[in-house]
Design a protein around this ligand. Structure first.
Ligand SMILES: [Fe+2]
Length: 186
């Protein structure tokens, strides 16, 4: 793989990769590069690379307004696939959200730990997406087989000029609310 120019350039590469498995493979590779450089005491500059307004996404799943999404039927095998599909979609959004906060606000000076943490989280979300895809495939389905929620990037767009707004709305409210529903999902 070519040598990355900066952490923000790595982030933008992930954001501009459409296929979920390819996006998460690149995310893992860039996270490993960042970790290795940090462990060796080398400096990869944060840089300033302009991220896209919307991350690249595969042609499927079709993105629908949440009101148009078919109701999930809990307990049935179709309901189980629909739930796993919705979670896979959330994980892929999380991968993009984490790389986006790095690139979008690269001009805001932050301690190195800020980047370490978001790179680590993006790496973990990439793992989650692949695990969900593996589950879907084990059940004879795949990510893209069903429509998905179109509104996921809205909060990112609404907060793309304000890092504190982004931190307050995305990780502290939306992701925290996502965690609140986990017991029921399990
Ligand atoms: Fe996750």
């Amino acid at each position: 793989m070519h040598a990355p120019r900066s952490l923000s350039a790595m982030a933008v590469e992930v954001l501009n990769t459409a296929d979920g498995r390819a996006k998460t493979a690149l995310s893992h590779a860039h996270a490993a590069t960042w970790r290795a450089a940090r462990a060796a005491g080398e400096v990869i500059p944060i840089g300033e690379t302009k991220p896209p307004l919307h991350p690249a996404r595969p042609e499927r799943p079709e993105l629908l307004d949440p009101r148009e999404l078919p109701r999930r039927r809990p307990g049935s095998s179709q309901g189980r696939i629909a739930l796993l599909h919705a979670v896979a979609h959330i994980e892929l959004n999380a991968v993009d959200l984490h790389w986006d906060i790095i690139a979008r606000f690269a001009a805001v000076p932050m301690p190195m730990g800020f980047y370490d943490d978001w790179v680590k989280a993006a790496d973990e979300e990439s793992k989650h997406f692949n695990l969900m895809c593996d589950c879907l495939e084990a059940l004879g389905s795949h990510y893209g087989a069903l429509p998905a929620h179109a509104g996921m990037w809205r909060a990112a767009e609404d907060t793309n000029t304000d890092i504190f707004g982004r931190l307050a709305v995305v990780p502290m409210v939306l992701e925290a609310r996502g965690l609140d529903v986990t017991p029921g999902m399990i």
